[in-house]
Design a binder for this molecule. Structure first.
Ligand SMILES: CCC(=O)SCCNC(=O)CCNC(=O)[C@H](O)C(C)(C)COP(=O)(O)OP(=O)(O)OC[C@H]1O[C@@H](n2cnc3c(N)ncnc32)[C@H](O)[C@@H]1OP(=O)(O)O
Ligand SMILES: [Mg+2]
Length: 276
């Protein structure tokens, strides 16, 4: 892993800055070279990134749900700028995997004992799965968690990566990597929704996007938890009404996303109690 990180802080991550100054110091933002007097690294100054950073920091949940008694997992939502627009990097899971083979997901996985927090988990998994070095990620925030089919508490960690990043997928876990313009998750061309009842009996709306990728000349289906995270990320960053229905009050996005999560969590908790 990279250099020591401060706890807590709005913009955390492995600091790529090679300078010896305490990190972050006054005016020196961790995970970036901004404000660092002795750093030679250029700070990314793209307008779309600056706006996204600002919005995302308002939705950072930090370690807020770290005490919940559920097994933990984390995913990295890797954002990059291509042709002036934000894009999200996604993976297709290897067909050899026991769980969710062939499904689209973000780089990520289950917490290991060596991980200090969800950021460590997301960065470690991204390195293992697509060869992304932690120091090449500017971690911005952690967003509201979700709960997967196995009742893992899954925390999405948002980070910026360079457009020039060359993926090296680990074929044991990842069969393909592709990128989607983030706007697609608020203005899709091919979208369906259906309702889904979780194992705890909680009814939720499932988003299902089909993305026709020109680069790979094929279509990818992005749905379930992965689509849930991508939609929320796009809502946070763009602050616009999507072209489809969502389970949030868009005028109170933070509190309604928190309510959504707490209701889902409560349904699992209740089910566990009634099974005792
Ligand atoms: C509404 C219902 C839904 O949402 S399903 C809809 C669509 N699907 C999704 O949205 C995907 C959502 N799921 C996920 O994002 C992931 O499953 C999450 C929750 C992050 C968990 O991460 P996951 O990728 O399963 O865990 P992981 O990476 O820790 O391990 C995956 C399996 O791979 C194995 N593995 C690990 N390293 C290697 C290796 N070097 N060679 C071979 N195998 C390897 C792990 O042991 C693990 O296997 P297993 O799952 O324990 O059998
Ligand atoms: Mg994984």
């Amino acid at each position: 892993m990279g250099a020591e990180r401060e706890e807590p802080g709005p913009a955390r991550g492995a600091c790529p800055c090679p300078c010896p100054c305490p990190c972050p110091g006054p005016g020196h933002e961790r995970g970036t070279a901004r404000g660092c007097p002795s750093s030679a690294l250029p700070a990314p100054r793209h307008g779309a990134m600056e706006r996204a950073r600002h919005r995302l920091r308002q939705f950072d949940i930090g370690d807020r749900f770290s005490g919940l008694p559920l097994p933990r997992a984390a995913v990295l939502l890797p954002l990059m700028v291509r042709a002036g627009r934000l894009h999200l990097l996604l993976t297709v899971r290897s067909l050899q995997l026991r769980r969710s083979p062939g499904e689209v997901c973000f780089p990520g996985g289950k917490r290991e004992d060596s991980d200090r927090d969800d950021i460590d988990t997301a960065l470690r998994e991204a390195k293992e799965e697509v060869g992304l070095q932690p120091e090449k990620v500017e971690v911005i925030c952690r967003l509201m968690p979700g709960i997967d089919k196995m009742n893992n508490l899954v925390t999405p960690v948002v980070g910026f990566i360079e457009e020039t990043f060359q993926v090296t997928p680990n074929p044991d876990e990842v069969s393909e990597v592709f990128v989607v313009p983030l706007e697609y998750f608020v203005k899709p061309l091919d979208y369906k929704t259906f309702s889904y009842k979780t194992s705890s009996g909680y009814s939720t709306r499932v988003h299902c996007f089909t993305y026709h990728d020109q680069e790979h000349r094929k279509s990818f289906k992005i749905w379930g938890l992965t689509a849930h995270f991508a939609v929320f990320l796009a809502l946070v960053i763009f602050g616009e009404r999507p072209t489809f229905e969502v389970d949030y009050d868009l005028d109170n996005l933070f509190s309604s996303s928190e309510n959504y999560f707490t209701n889902l969590y409560a349904s699992i908790h209740e089910r566990k109690k009634s099974n005792l």
